[in-house]
Design a protein around this ligand. Structure first.
Ligand SMILES: [Zn+2]
Ligand SMILES: [Zn+2]
Length: 235
């Protein structure tokens, strides 16, 4: 849509905040009040786990992905927005969060040329129950926002218990072999951006990145909408 047309359409269909519905300025996605609520992950950030240095608990442990970054902590609008996304396939929320994720990527991943972005998959039966995968909604919105091609290249083979419900010792084995690469050419020699809604321990992204590397990915980076402020043992 050209500028004049979108300005006109905004007169009749005003832009609304994707989280609270308040009328906002043209071309924005979230209102000032929601933005103020955050909580944003502010630099300086850890160059591995992506959390602010004072909340990082990764102990610089290397992963199969190079780095992860995210705009929000899983609290305030980070929590309510992801809740909205998990309750309904709300593309306005996905677009709003994708805009914030793209902003962090511009700051942290500025020089990186990604060949494609891929969502962390759900087990097909779990996805059918809900009707969609929130991570895929975010990845599609991020693809629209950044122009990085969306590829649905990973598949989850088993249902696994949520990592946060398991004790540390069970967590490391819970996801082993749970993911595979569906389309080997999608990964070979590619620089892949993995997309998920939340990072908690990083194990899910790690397992996906491991499989992408096995299938020949040159590099794997990650971006999520939010990070749990995880104070426990990062496994
Ligand atoms: Zn709002
Ligand atoms: Zn860290």
């Amino acid at each position: 849509m050209n500028r004049a047309l979108s300005w006109l359409s905004n007169l009749f269909f005003p832009q609304r905040c994707c989280l609270c519905g308040k009328v906002i300025e043209w071309r924005q996605t979230m209102c000032a009040d929601c933005r103020r609520e955050g909580p944003y992950v502010l630099p300086p950030i850890c160059d591995l786990c992506g959390r602010a240095e004072d909340t990082c608990s990764c102990r610089k442990r290397r992963r199969h992905y190079e780095r992860c970054v995210m705009p929000f902590y899983y609290d305030g609008i980070g929590k309510s927005g992801i809740g909205q996304l998990k309750n309904a396939a709300d593309s306005a929320v996905a677009d709003g969060f994708a805009a914030e994720m793209a902003e962090v990527m511009r700051r942290e991943y500025g020089g990186i040329a990604f060949d494609c972005l891929m969502p962390v998959p759900q087990y097909p039966k779990d996805e059918r129950k809900k009707g969609y995968n929130p991570a895929a909604l975010l990845a599609q919105a991020l693809s629209r926002c950044t122009g990085i091609p969306y590829v649905d290249g990973l598949r989850k083979l088993y249902h696994t218990k949520p990592q946060k419900e398991l004790r540390a010792v069970a967590r490391s084995g819970n996801l082993l072999g749970a993911f595979t690469v569906d389309e080997p050419t999608a990964a070979k020699d590619k620089c892949v951006l993995l997309v998920d809604d939340t990072i908690t321990t990083g194990s899910t992204l790690d397992e996906c990145a491991k499989m992408l590397k096995i299938y020949g990915a040159r590099a794997v980076y990650a971006v999520t909408a939010a990070s749990s402020i995880y104070k426990g043992e990062d496994v």
